[in-house]
Design a protein. Structure first.
Length: 124
């Protein structure tokens, strides 16, 4: 359990240290403190790349195509051509309750781990 919590903690810190930019046909991941580019993923040719970050996913729209990317490395996990809808602007939204539930699950796992560690220490 401890290694899982350590991985979650490192992942959370690394997510806080990054931000994402949609420009021309690219999505870029930038280190917040230094401005250093961490990764760059090329999408479909488009002047405007609209994006939303939700959990460990980036939803990006470029040139009439929606992409699902992984925040860790920019890998394209899926694409949807939105057949018949053309190349207009696209607004993207996610459910904020879903992210709150994920944060609550992490907090619960931390509490259970702390209680288990405390119980193990007292019985020793």
């Amino acid at each position: 359990m401890e290694s899982t919590l350590s991985r979650l903690s490192v992942r959370f810190r690394s997510m806080q240290d990054r931000f994402y930019v949609g420009v021309k046909r690219y999505v870029l991941c930038i280190e917040r403190r230094t401005g250093r580019e961490i990764w760059r993923t090329e999408l479909k040719n488009s002047v405007l790349v609209n994006l939303v970050v939700s959990g460990d996913m980036i939803f990006a729209h470029a040139g009439g195509v929606m992409f699902g990317l992984r925040t860790a490395d920019g890998a394209i996990l899926w694409r949807n051509e939105f057949t018949g809808l053309g190349y207009g602007y696209c607004l993207i939204a996610t459910d904020p309750n879903q992210e709150q539930m994920q944060a609550g699950a992490v907090a619960a796992a931390v509490a259970v781990s702390a209680a288990s560690s405390s119980a193990a220490s007292s019985s020793s």
